[in-house]
Design a protein around this ligand. Sequence first.
Ligand SMILES: [Zn+2]
Length: 125
Amino acid sequence: MIAKNGSDKISKIVFYDELDPNAFKSGIIVFEGKYYSKLDKILQDFDGIVIADIHTHPIGCSTQQSDSDRNHPMCRLKGHIAFIAPNYASNLLLMPKDCSAYLYEGSFQWKTLVNESFPLNITLL
Ligand SMILES: [Zn+2]
């Protein structure tokens, strides 16, 4: 989820497999570092920054961060927000409160964002 530099409004979304065609082949997200150059190009052309990401967890599973989620942030910038959607995001209507949200604080430390943390200063355009 990308915002224009200086904005907190999400105005562009790039899917992992747009960047790394093999990202989903193993059943979990495996993103090869070499594909960050594609993201860099998109960010430069758009004058944007990545401010959040989202991934899903399987049907019936918790949306709590796994050890892998905590130890492999998609973006290692303080203030980055990671959303986890339930049930492969397959619900017809998925509300933000159905997801878990985590704020990256650096050094692989995360703060769980609870209902009182919302609304976040993120707007989908
Ligand atoms: Zn996860």
